[in-house]
Design a protein around this ligand. Sequence first.
Ligand SMILES: [Zn+2]
Length: 295
Amino acid sequence: MASAGLFRKTRFAPTPSGYLHLGNIFSFALTAALAERTGAGILLRIDDMDRERANPDYIQDIFDTLRFLDLPWTEGPQDAQELESHYSQRHRLNLYKQALDKLLDSGLVYACSCSRAQILKQSTDGAYRGTCRHKGLALDTQDVAWRLNTESAQTVSVKTLDGTCLNAALPNDVQDPVIRKKDGFPAYQLSSVVDDVYFGIDLVVRGQDLWPSTLVQLHIASLLKEDHFLNTAFYHHQLILDSHQRKLSKTAGDTSVHYLRKQGCSAEEVYERLGKELHLSGPLKHWRDLAFLLP
Ligand SMILES: [Zn+2]
């Protein structure tokens, strides 16, 4: 069992591309419960790199929803203004650039001109088939993404809550990940690693759907020689599925907390709804009630 003083800092890392839903809340609730048990602080890290999708309403919704559900954080922006002035990912562009430069030095970065449609045509699962890997396109070509060649990637070791390690190979869907997007900004897998290193995160709680991301982020961190990140403990939790056995998405309207609040639900009622989605036998009225689910 993960005990007090074990971890220094974990994080809530929402992307403001939709209203927070019960799946996000489940993840944050487990994060809060685990942080409380282990004495870790919680950073609120809003992934706002993608300005086109980062709608101001969704940013405000993050602050409103966390406060409404009594989900605490000890570091990071208190409101949208502080996000803009101090914590936005736009303030860390030079850190991402330094990381990109390091990866360039490794000789494993190449330019890819494929469109999303072309990639989907080549593989039904959306995995990239390495089409441009050996084309030798110049990195400064207009409208190309930068990818990291993972052909020679070794098995990745993931530290778990109890300190033991799981070893796994990079799954197909994260092979040759994009590290710089066509718009010139860093891609999620890279900015996430850089941010977690920068803020000193040593505990990451996320859904099982992000297991491939964990593996590719650890691979990127090993190329960057970020030993601290390689020592991060990861806890991957079950997902809340809808009636079609699909994971909840940001467009899943009736499971958004925004929607539930508009229907007049109290915080307790939102947690009760979460308990129902999880098929819990006992009552769930607060995030602390989820502590029993933790290993
Ligand atoms: Zn390509």
